[in-house]
Design a protein around this ligand. Sequence first.
Ligand code: NAD
Ligand code: UDP
Ligand code: UDP
Length: 326
Amino acid sequence: MMLALNQPSSGKRVLVTGGAGFLGSHLCDLLIREGHEVLCVDNFFTGSRTNVAHLLSHPRFELLRHDVTFPLFVEVDEIYNLACPASPVHYQHDPVQTTKTSVIGAINMLGLAKRLKIKVFQSSTSEVYGDPSVHPQTEDYWGHVNPIGPRSCYDEGKRCAETLFFDYHRQHRLRIKVARIFNTYGPRMRADDGRVVSNFIVQALQGHDITIFGDGSQTRSFCYVDDLIGGFYKFMNTGDEVTGPLNLGNPVEMTMIELASEVLAITGSKSKIRFEPLPQDDPKQRLPDISQARALLDDWQPKVQLREGLTETIRYFEAQLGGKAA
Ligand code: NAD
Ligand code: UDP
Ligand code: UDP
């Protein structure tokens, strides 16, 4: 994206891959608010134009349909690489494409960053820790990951992407920012996303059974999207010596039973709970240690309480689904 001569901008030209997805679209919003130009690249596998519809007429926003597994030649000042389906249902739909997106997509974005000598941010994941034997997870833990299971296309794809980021950093002196994102939720998740927060909310609003996989004692820690995206921006703007990997998430752990009760309480839904089999390799517990993020990102930490974040997300889905709790 060349800056047009008649459109001077004081901000940077920022490429966001996966920019029409859940997290990506919120990041595009923040970058536009901060005065930057945004080139949003997406192949619309799980993302949609609707997520960025409100930005389409903005003079500093541009949307490009492109698959990051193919080379991309553009002129920008910074890259945030978010392209990759994130919900187990979606990343297991075409697992070969998931690994290609993580690995070849990373190579292409690293090649682009190397040619332009610019900073590149990678949205890695707590899944690199697999089903963790260290709790809470600190960045120096190497993980416990099955290399050949149904989650491996995502977990190993993201691990390989981290390897590539650090090798480009060591070998080509590239400036990198690798964030390990823990479960995040909020408006613009798809109703059919398949992740637990959106599933429970949609089920509660439609009066369907709440599907708890396993006995519901497994834990996760849920971060509201605005808190996470604020962390991305702070991380990207740290000094070059700060490469990560850096955990970003909410250090409040809960069971899926507790989450279901909270969703039922807020919606007032009469939905029943139904237990279903636990998917293979489903991590039993997950909780980020965010002391590094706190120290490096100017005391960054999530501010939105679960109840507040869920209420906001429920409001979003009520509008999407056109109705109140059944
Ligand atoms: P999402 O599915 O809403 O967004 C992913 C976006 O990438 C979509 O818009 C999709 O169309 C696009 N995409 C997929 N393959 C592509 C390709 N080959 N080329 C171009 N675009 C492609 O998911 P999300 O929750 O917004 O996740 C965004 C990123 O954050 C992902 O990299 C994911 O691994 C990471 N992440 C998210 C979470 C979370 O809890 N939301 C947790 C850990 C990591
Ligand atoms: N690449 C890209 N855009 C660019 C520069 C490179 O998409 O502006 C791709 C390129 O197609 C290559 C990958 O990034 O496949 C890695 O580039 P790198 O220069 O590291 O490797 P090489 O081209 O030497 O294989
Ligand atoms: N889960 C559940 N019911 C659902 C969807 C998910 O109980 O309808 C469970 C899932 O088995 C996992 C947790 O909720 O233990 C979080 O799942 P999600 O897919 O949101 O994220 P991830 O497993 O990748 O952390």
